[in-house]
Design a protein around this ligand. Structure first.
Ligand code: PMV
Length: 324
């Protein structure tokens, strides 16, 4: 049996504007993971099981329009192997603790884990660059016009400064910062919010380009603040980014309630993360305030709270599994 695991991710700054060429910052979240195992099976078919979404069916039935089917076909094509030429059947099992449609990158994480496990099981592990490029194609099925940030962060498993179409840059985080991730429990489709923002942009490109440029400036200032350990400034930048996301109409009352609760409980800043209109928000705190902010989020209706640490000494500037 061959297995592969990939982390989830959160976007710290720059969602939506990143689709229009502005930079964005994102970090992996190792507290949630997608895990895929591949093993030989006695039958000649490739069978896919994903209990979290109630799927158990042969590949031929799932087809290529489904992201999981598309990911399997993408690997077979890249390795120039036809399902008939495998010589045995395969059982592919997907388990993920990353909530779907919540801005934590579950689709990208599953694609990347599946591609790694399957290509390794077939004796030809794909490189990170190959996996990233193929996972980007699968993201198009999920998102329509994805920027590529999700597949990039989960493929490389490190903090990235991302500009569409450019190689990702990694950055260092100075100081100890805790990020509290609060889930609204509302499943929101990024495809939908991205399409709605596009409609707004088509109706008034000048205004929307102004918002995107302002978000881009915030992202660049935030990268500097992260590298300098300027935590207060980082919090203020999060709040400013959220106000611009509200202008893009991608927040919602439930996100705003959690964001307000976090700020009142002492967070240095808070914003939505990802596509918006549901999914997750993030709040930045000093370690001393983390418990208070996490409790305030639960009290305000958060369906799940994850505390993760930014900073530390590893290469990515991100400390794995810092807090449960
Ligand atoms: O909802 P998520 O976490 O997959 O993030 C989407 C981020 C967007 O900028 C809204 C879209 C994209 O493709 O970058």
């Amino acid at each position: 049996m061959t297995t592969a695991s990939t982390p989830g991710k959160v976007i710290l700054f720059g969602e939506h504007a990143v689709v229009y060429g502005q930079p964005a910052l994102a970090v992996p979240v190792f507290q949630v993971q997608a895990r895929v195992s591949v093993e030989d099976a006695p039958s000649s078919a490739i069978h896919i099981e994903a209990p979290q979404i109630g799927l158990s069916a042969p590949l031929s039935e799932i087809g290529e329009t489904h992201p999981l089917g598309a990911a399997v076909y993408a690997v077979l094509r890249a390795l120039e192997i036809s399902p008939q030429a495998l010589g045995c059947g395969l059982r592919i099992r997907i388990d993920s603790s990353i909530p779907v449609a919540s801005g934590l990158g579950s689709g990208a994480a599953v694609s990347v884990a599946l591609m790694r496990a399957l290509s390794s099981h077939l004796g030809h592990p794909l490189t990170d660059e190959q996996v990233n490029a193929l996972a980007y194609e699968i993201e198009k099925i999920h998102h329509g016009t994805p920027s590529g940030i999700d597949n990039t962060v989960v493929t490389y498993g490190r903090a990235v400064y991302f500009v569409r179409g450019r190689p990702p840059e990694t950055f260092q985080v100075r100081g100890r910062l805790l990020l509290i991730i609060g889930n609204t429990g509302i499943a929101a489709l990024t495809r939908q919010t991205v399409a709605d923002v596009r409609r707004l942009w088509e109706a008034d490109p000048q205004h929307l380009n102004g918002i995107f440029a302002a978000i881009g400036q915030i992202v660049n200032q935030a990268r500097q603040a992260l590298e300098q350990g300027d935590i207060q400034r980082l919090g203020a930048l999060m709040n400013a980014n959220h106000a611009l996301l509200q202008e893009l109409t991608v927040s919602c009352p439930e996100l705003d309630t959690l964001i307000e609760a976090a700020r009142r409980a002492g967070a240095l800043g808070a914003k939505l993360s990802g596509g918006g209109r549901g999914g997750n928000m993030i709040a930045l705190t000093f370690p001393e305030q983390a418990q208070e902010v996490a409790d305030a989020l639960k009290l305000a209706g958060a369906k799940g709270v994850i505390v993760t640490e930014l900073g530390g000494n590893d290469e990515s500037g991100f400390e794995r599994d810092a807090l449960a």
